[in-house]
Design a protein around this ligand. Sequence first.
Ligand SMILES: [Ca+2]
Ligand SMILES: [Ca+2]
Length: 113
Amino acid sequence: MALTLHFMNLIVNALKKDCTMKKTIFLISLFFLFAVFVGPALSSDHKKGQDYGGHFGDMDLDGNDQVSWEEFKKHFEHAEKDVFNKVDKDGNGSIDHDEWHEFKEQQGYGHKE
Ligand SMILES: [Ca+2]
Ligand SMILES: [Ca+2]
């Protein structure tokens, strides 16, 4: 991570220079704050707060083997139409089994237990 390296460089430079202990401690604290709060946020940003995992059958409320946007919205609290359209590869307005499993594989959900 470029930002992490940047902070490490700051600390190293601070140590090299005739800088006070206070400044060094400040920079190290900053680094830890960054690692604890910003790091996890950056590494999980591809999910954008909504975890699109789940079983097809759980989403298909009326059991017609198609998940409509209405059903998708009910299943995912923060569902985005963009994501739905992306999953609906053939653009017929609903997600079928194949489209859903293809999407999950792309997102890496296929390897989760
Ligand atoms: Ca349905
Ligand atoms: Ca479709």
